[in-house]
Design a protein around this ligand. Sequence first.
Ligand code: BTN
Length: 265
Amino acid sequence: MINEIISNLTDGQVWADQISFYEEITSTNDVLKEMAKNGAPHGTVLIADRQTGGRGRMGRSFLSPSGVGIYMSVLLRPNCIPSQLMHLTCAAACAACDAIEEAAGFRPGIKWINDIVYQKRKLAGILTEMSLDAQQHVDYAVIGIGINCCQEQQDFSPEIRDFAGSLAMFSDNPVNRAQVAAAMVDAFVLMDKMLLAKKAAIMEQYRKDCITLGQAVSVIRPDNAQPGTAIDVNEDGALIVAYPSGKTEAVNSGEVSVRGLYGYV
Ligand code: BTN
């Protein structure tokens, strides 16, 4: 698989020598974070065929079966402070849309903040994690993405079957996981080049891809759920929600999840 991934990368890709492939791993994010603590360089990429301990946002697990998905993490060491990197998940989501468009021939949308969706089905999820050094600078950031590539609807467990999807379910052509992985690495390299210098352009693209905008949503906190309308995403990736009272709020992805009023998206 690793040779096929490398051969599908853009020629001379700068991270090509830093990609490792695992048949099985606990979690590409967890292993990469350990490697980061031990000094692994910017642009280290781990890709796995299956994960035994895949994790999603908000402490959820992320099912990562063999042969059908791509589970990948990339390590960034941007020279900045955390407040300059609030848009990282948004940047990664746009990169994922670019890669899927390249490898599968259709452009999905983004359910705020980190779900890649198409026709009301989740195709991929992103988990970004950051660690600071003693000076409160960013020591490293890890972006993890799990992409459902080849599943048919019946391959998903009954609990998620109605709202999970794969690239193969929507692509006109057979989906090749090595091509998806390579397109993802290429897209992350471009994202990395733009990350700090082109924040406004990244967020402009994010707003175009974000299907949550304009929707009726429910803002879900541990103790309550409030209906409102998603009207914007700010430069830091917070969702601006207008409530029936006329008040607006910048909703932070760490605190709440947002559901459409009419189903998963
Ligand atoms: C989510 O949907 O909440 C995010 C899912 C992120 C899954 C990816 S798979 C590769 C990387 N390793 C993990 O354990 N999680 C991320």
